[in-house]
Design a protein around this ligand. Structure first.
Ligand code: SAM
Length: 335
């Protein structure tokens, strides 16, 4: 580990966590995430596996200790296992503490063993409901049984699974106690997420928005929730659930700010670096990456961008114009 973190932003936050969206494509069309007919990027715009490896490696050399691949759906990117395979050398070398991914679980039956082989230990699986019909309605294209089989395969391969569920008004709100019992009963943490106003999706955000303060109050009628000191370094705040013996997280971007301890940045599959999930400012890393085989330009571009990392964000759902706060979709930066 470098004696001094090499990437420190103007507010003294060390950047040690990189999330990389490896594709904008997905085999689901979750209603809060994408419109049904999305236009995807031309292949030439998307970084190759080699370029993604170089990019991640440059960040690791600058002190990033945790790498999360996301998307779109990372496991639908062709050849993605070669990237996990090549990045695993940083785990073996002790330069990286964690290599992980966020997935919708649809391809886990196929890849769980290989992921474990490459040193992935914990994964996040997004799952909003255990009701097959509702699952189809939410994801438009997804098949719940495949995801559940994928989760089984991941656990059988020794991967620790955390479930992330978006709380959706009138959709899964009644089911959250069941989801909690199911997740904890099967040895998985659960984190609930508020809908964030990202991207035009062709449906009203206000209709989907369910404040987690309300969810928590309702869960507290049934479960004993005790605030936990546990911190993952991310935006989630946790409670311990006495009845299940498990941990429940809440990510509340709209009702809470979680920026003071932000240690992360995000890169899209075209090499655009977003210094904050909730702001538009970004830096192009693809041009310096493609400009030379050496990494000097790339490193300089990363350092310059980090010097512009904003203090925080202020998501709002624009009630009057019913517009998203940011025009890009979650599938661009992967959450
Ligand atoms: N395909 C992968 C998956 O399903 O986890 C990774 C990408 S997906 C964009 C990452 C996470 O963002 C998922 O948990 C998804 O539910 C969540 N998400 C997408 N759009 C969102 C939104 N507008 N508000 C809150 N969460 C969102």
């Amino acid at each position: 580990m470098p004696a001094e973190p090499a990437l420190v932003d103007p507010f003294g936050r060390a950047i040690t966590y990189l999330r990389v969206s490896v594709t904008d494509r997905c085999d689901f069309r979750c209603v809060y995430c994408m419109a049904e007919n999305m236009t995807f990027l031309p292949k030439a715009d998307v970084l190759s596996m080699e370029e993604l490896d170089r990019l991640c490696t440059a960040f690791v050399a600058l002190g990033v200790r945790k790498l999360r691949l996301t998307g779109g759906e990372p496991l639908v990117r062709r050849g993605i296992m070669t990237l996990f395979g090549s990045l695993s050398r940083h785990l073996s070398a002790g330069a990286l503490d964690e290599l992980t991914l966020t997935t919708n679980g649809s391809q886990l039956s196929k890849y769980a063993q290989e992921l474990a082989h490459y040193g992935v230990r914990r994964i996040n699986v997004s799952l909003d409901t255990l009701d097959a019909d509702k699952f189809r309605t939410i994801t438009r294209w997804g098949d719940l049984s495949k995801v559940l089989a994928g989760i089984d395969a991941a656990q059988a391969a020794g991967l620790q699974v955390k479930i992330n569920a978006v709380a959706l008004k009138g959709v899964n709100e009644d089911e959250l106690p069941r989801l909690l019992e199911w997740a904890h009963g099967n040895g998985m943490e659960l984190t609930l997420i508020e809908v964030m106003p990202l991207g035009e999706i062709g449906a009203g955000r206000l209709e989907q928005y369910l404040p987690l303060s309300m969810v928590r109050a309702r869960l507290a009628q049934r479960f004993t929730l005790t605030d936990s000191d546990h911190r993952s370094g991310g935006p989630a705040r946790y409670v311990d659930v006495r009845e299940t013996g498990g941990r429940l997280g809440f990510i509340t971007p709209l009702t809470h700010n979680f920026c003071e301890s932000c240690n992360r940045v995000r890169v899209t599959c075209t090499g655009t670096l977003y210094m904050c999930l909730g702001q538009e400012d970004a830096a192009d890393l693809r041009a310096p990456l493609r400009a030379s085989a050496a990494n000097d330009l790339l490193r300089a571009a990363i350092q310059e961008a980090i010097s512009r990392k904003p203090k925080g964000h202020d998501f709002i759902i624009d009630r009057r114009h019913r517009r998203p706060a940011l025009s890009r979709h979650m599938s661009v930066t992967g959450g």
